[in-house]
Design a protein around this ligand. Structure first.
Ligand SMILES: NC(=O)CC[C@H](N)C(=O)O
Length: 304
């Protein structure tokens, strides 16, 4: 039996002792206030037992990790028709790049880069009466936690400075791959990114991807086939132009956010979330990556 608690404690000690903690994202001004010295890691094993070390109860900005959850909701509503609007190939580009979008006629490479998540947001805006409220309810339902909410100041902050997302949305619209108006779609997109959650709340939510679609309350949220596809997309696209490196060093499907969170999971085994606000040059949490590499190395557990 792997002693997860022992491994998480050692990871946390190493993280706290690492001097270069990366750089906090400041292109969304509200995120610049985060404290670089925070570090948390929470792991939920296949029996639903929680292991944690560090700052795992403090909420932070989930950012792009929510792209997996909007994807899940849209996939459930649209089925495989979704893949006509957004692809499933890694982009090899940073999360906010536009060049492939221009070359490929407004069909984003995958749903985990910004352009792809904007198309997914558009789908939810079309399908739902009140997308903000219904998406929040969806996440709260999976997490079984009604205290989860948006951080409106983060959403407003991003709305004022999210010029590349406006550029992506208008480019997609120009190719006819956006049904609703740009302002409405981006308002929803910025709110979904602003979800504020702790490592422990995130691990409860993402547990469904390690547990064949079932949450801790044993409710089925996604089918096994949907879980297979979403996990495959996380493996190949969850870390933008660092997806290969993440697979190479960690060996798990996962997803990062510029708030410094990373989720990763081993199907039928565990789900883990790290939080450390300092990012590397690819926009992924520097210490989070280091922590997850140590977790899979020391436990001998990865998909490979
Ligand atoms: N990588 C991220 O977490 C990016 C999300 C951020 N809201 C953006 O659109 O730029």
């Amino acid at each position: 039996m792997v002693d997860f608690q022992n491994i998480l404690d050692a990871i946390t000690l190493e993280a706290n002792n690492t001097l270069d903690k990366g750089k906090i994202a400041s292109y969304i001004p509200e995120l610049a206030c985060a404290d670089k010295n925070k570090f948390g890691i929470a792991l939920l094993d296949k029996n639903g037992t929680l292991f944690s070390a560090g700052d795992t109860k403090e909420q932070f900005s989930v950012q792009s990790m929510t792209k997996v959850l909007t994807l899940s909701m849209a996939f459930d509503l649209l089925g495989d028709n979704l893949w006509e609007l957004v692809g499933v190939e890694p982009s090899g580009d940073p999360f906010n790049h536009l060049s492939l979008l221009e070359q490929e006629n407004g069909k984003p490479r995958n749903p985990l880069i910004n352009a792809g998540a904007i198309v997914v947001s558009d789908i939810l805006v079309s399908k739902l009466k009140n997308p903000r409220a219904e998406f929040l309810k969806y996440v709260q339902g999976i997490a079984n936690d009604s205290s989860i909410g948006y951080d409106v100041s983060v959403a407003e902050s991003e709305k004022r400075t999210g010029f590349r997302n406006y550029a992506a949305a208008y480019l997609i619209k120009s190719f006819g791959n956006l049904e609703n108006d740009v302002e409405t779609v981006l308002d929803f997109y910025f709110h979904q990114c602003s979800l504020s959650m702790s490592c422990e709340q995130l691990v409860n939510t993402f547990y469904i991807f390690a547990n064949r679609g079932k949450c801790l309350q044993d409710n089925q949220h996604l089918s096994l086939s949907q879980i297979k596809r979403i996990n495959a997309i996380m493996l190949s696209c969850g870390f933008y132009d660092e997806a290969g490196e993440f697979g190479f060093r960690v060996g798990l499907p996962g997803k990062s956010g510029v708030g410094g969170g990373i989720v990763a999971l081993l199907p039928d085994n565990f789900c883990v979330v790290t939080w450390s606000p300092g990012l590397n040059e690819k926009g992924n949490s520097k210490l989070g990556l280091q922590a997850l590499e140590k977790l899979t190395t020391d436990s001998g557990l990865s998909i490979f």
